[in-house]
Design a protein around this ligand. Structure first.
Ligand code: FES
Ligand SMILES: [Fe+2]
Length: 382
């Protein structure tokens, strides 16, 4: 798992004046919305005796710990220590890590890391959002799947033929060959487009709209942006477009939360939403069923323990990016975190840690990036 990216914590509509606890990157956070409507995200661990802040209350726009009533404002500053009486001198070191929050596309994104604003990777954009002629649906799932496995599945063109009977032939097409993957790179990701032969659409109404009654050639494109966002465009015809954006959040190394925003430029009336959602869910669950049973749960540490094919090119590029981000010191040392699980409460380092010294919680241990750097040098020299 990686710090220094924006992660979706929840849908905006689910964050109100009651505190909620959300686990991301193996750590707990508390989120709430203040009286001005601003959402906040803080490390969930109280700096006094480790109370779980989300178990407390929101009072005067601050979160109040359920254990001894300390209060913290949305900037993480402690504003009340009841045991000191009504006019306390509050030590600055009692502060708690607080994370930048942006609400976009109906989701609450939290920046979990310490990069200054100008260096942060962006939130993946949805250019069709609120554009005329498009309508959208949002679906949410939590799966017992490692996030990297999930992202790699999204940029894997060779599985469609076997996993999805909606856009492949379950291996019954003798002349099947995965189209060539020609990567297109952005600052934070890699994608590719291709055409595939697909069976007729199951739904009569969609057949009518797309003009597809037979097996058809559909154009599709997919890619990742950053560590855990995916986009997929499916064009059954030149006029009928489905654009999907998947924002994923590693809960920990074994679980992932997924928000799927599906935009379509046909059958845009709300009465068709349910059918679109059902169709997406059918496909998502087909992926889930395969991913739930991969061995090992996470991707192996080196490519020697897997066999790469040309169709896996984008997956290889994604892993190269992960190594680059590891070389920058962004990968969490999960082994170390797990070793100390019962004894040490960590915080994901927040941007304020770059400006202020003296924090109660240790920052989450990070993998020493120099090994990844050596590997990158080696790969570049090959
Ligand atoms: S543990 Fe939070 S106030 Fe004591
Ligand atoms: Fe799939």
């Amino acid at each position: 798992m990686f710090i220094n990216f924006w992660y979706p914590a929840e849908q905006s509509k689910n964050i109100g004046s009651e505190p909620v606890k959300r686990r991301m990157l193996g750590q707990d956070f508390v989120l709430w919305r203040d009286s001005k409507g601003q959402a906040h995200c803080l490390s969930n661990t109280c700096t006094h005796r480790g109370g779980s802040l989300s178990g407390g209350k929101v009072k005067d726009d601050c979160i109040q710990c359920p254990y001894h009533g300390w209060r913290f404002d949305g900037d993480g500053n402690c504003t009340a220590i009841p045991s000191l009486g009504p006019d306390p001198k509050i030590p600055a070191r009692t502060r708690i890590d607080t994370y930048p929050v942006v609400e976009r596309y109906g989701l609450v994104f939290c920046f979990l890391g310490d990069l200054p604003e100008e260096e942060r990777p962006p939130i993946m954009g949805i250019k069709e959002w609120e554009q005329e002629g498009w309508s959208h649906t949002i679906q949410h799932y939590e799966f017992n799947i490692n996030f990297q496995r999930s992202i790699e599945n999204g940029i894997d063109p060779a599985h469609n033929e076997f996993v999805h009977d909606t856009h492949g032939f379950k291996g019954d097409w003798d002349d099947y060959k995965t189209p060539e993957v020609i990567p297109e790179r952005t600052d934070w990701g890699t994608g590719f487009g291709f055409t595939i032969k697909a069976p007729p659409l199951a739904e009569k109404e969609m057949r009518k709209v797309s003009g597809r009654d037979d097996d058809a050639i559909i154009w599709a494109a997919t890619g990742h942006e950053g560590v855990s966002s995916l986009w997929t465009f499916i064009h059954p015809t030149d006029e009928v477009h489905i654009h999907q954006y998947m924002f994923e959040c590693p809960v920990d190394d074994e679980n992932v939360k997924v928000w799927l925003i599906n935009l379509r430029n046909f059958l845009t009336e709300p009465e068709h939403d349910e059918r679109m959602v059902g169709r997406n869910e059918y496909v998502v669950f087909q992926d889930r069923d395969v991913l739930l049973d991969l061995n090992p749960v996470e991707t192996p540490p080196t490519r020697n323990n897997e066999f790469f094919m040309p169709a896996d090119l984008c997956i290889g590029e994604y892993r190269d990016r992960l190594r680059e981000w590891e070389a920058r010191g962004w990968r969490i040392d999960s082994d170390e975190v797990n070793r100390n699980q019962m004894k040490v409460a960590y915080a994901i380092p927040s941007p304020e840690r770059r400006n202020i010294k003296g924090w109660v919680l240790d920052p989450v241990p990070l993998v020493d990036g120099s090994n990844a750097e050596l590997e990158l040098d080696k790969a570049a020299g090959e």
